[in-house]
Ligand binder design. Structure first.
Ligand code: BGC
Length: 350
């Protein structure tokens, strides 16, 4: 009976999936209703600010939907992530949600889970060639498009730009770069140099600025794979007295990036409402655990290299000083006092 009620509830939720309206629908409070469902999640790491938010919202939504959740952190170690997934398989969980470290390395581990009837969700990053039951993320190409468009509109059109990307093992990285390159072609921007930062280590991007000053001086804009990389890049540019001279862009809307935007050293960040991602992933996890087919206007398919798998690609939002208050502060993503901490005189209303 309990399972039936929980199933009915999730079914009702799924009826509303996909459209913008669904964000306004309250997730029914069912934390008293124990479905017996076990969800497991393995994260790459929590070094980047956003992942803690992803975790918190995912965990609370799963609990609200009456299931238990076991979260593990692989700390950037691919082998450890495989061990965690193996552990979840032994435990006999219903669904494993993975923020993979290396998109290409989990095929056989995922296969073992699938052989046991466990459902797999690739969260934010695609697990390639693995026939996952769902890949849910933000539209990564669009992230790259927004980055390049900002640079083009802010003095880099027809000029040189630098592309300092994230981990070469993360499938999101080429997706973002594809979107970026498409606009570069259109706007006649030349990528005069590009690097990848192993393990998303931001110091690699910072060191690049110190070690390639001449190339940096030839660039009219810098694309950074995320805000953490942008932070190190801007620190290095400040030391060279170049910060604020050329536009720098990142993604994630980290608090420090939003501070840099209002201070004028970072031009743009791409905001990804991760609460929406985590909540939707949690709902899908419960539905998959109950053997339901995922349905909703937001679901399409994507090729993972071998298989066409269900795909949800949420829409990111470009944030500059012009819309930061509206997008970041009004939504409660960050507090006004925190964003304007170093420039209180610029705080709206002051
Ligand atoms: C995510 C970014 C994040 C980066 C580093 C990427 O896969 O899409 O939001 O900043 O990983 O953790």
């Amino acid at each position: 009976m309990k399972n039936f009620i929980a199933g009915l509830m999730v079914f009702t939720l799924l009826l509303f999936t996909g459209c913008e309206v669904r964000d306004k629908i309250e997730t029914p409070k069912s934390d008293k209703e124990d479905t017996g469902i076990q969800i497991a999640m393995s994260f790459d790491s929590f070094v980047i600010e956003r992942w803690q938010r992803d975790r918190d919202v995912f965990v609370s939504t799963v609990k609200e939907l009456g299931a238990t959740v076991n979260v593990q952190n692989a700390n950037g170690d691919v082998e450890k992530q495989k061990e965690q997934i193996e552990y979840f398989i032994k435990k006999g969980v219903d669904v494993i949600v993975i923020v993979c470290i290396d998109s290409d390395s989990l095929k056989s581990t995922v296969q073992k889970a699938k052989d046991e009837g466990i459902k797999i969700i690739a969260y934010d990053r695609l697990v390639t060639n693995s026939d996952a039951d769902l890949y849910i993320t933000f539209d990564n190409e669009m992230v790259g498009t927004m980055m390049a468009e900002y640079l083009a509109e802010n003095g880099a059109a027809g000029k040189n730009v630098l592309m300092l990307g994230g981990s070469p093992l993360d499938n999101n990285v080429p997706a973002v770069e594809n979107g970026f390159m498409d606009v570069c072609k259109k706007e006649e921007m030349t990528v005069i140099d590009s690097i990848h930062c192993d393990g998303w280590r931001a110091e690699i991007a910072g060191d690049y600025i110190y070690e390639h000053e001449d190339t940096v001086r030839e660039a009219a804009g810098i694309m950074c794979g995320n805000d953490n990389l942008a932070g190190q890049v801007i620190r290095a540019l400040s030391e060279k007295r170049l910060a604020g001279d050329l536009p720098v862009v990142g993604q994630d809307a980290d608090l420090e990036a939003c501070q840099r935007i209002v201070e004028g050293t970072q031009g743009m960040t791409v905001y990804k409402p991760v609460e929406r991602l985590a909540k939707r992933a949690a709902e899908c996890a419960i539905a998959l655990a109950q053997g339901m087919k995922l349905e909703g206007d937001d679901i399409s398919t994507i090729n993972d290299g071998t298989y066409d798998i269900p795909y949800i690609g949420l829409t990111p939002i470009a944030v500059t000083k012009d819309n930061l208050d509206e997008v970041i502060i009004s939504s409660g993503f960050h507090l006004k006092e925190d964003v304007y901490l170093n420039v209180p005189e610029k705080m709206p209303g002051n």
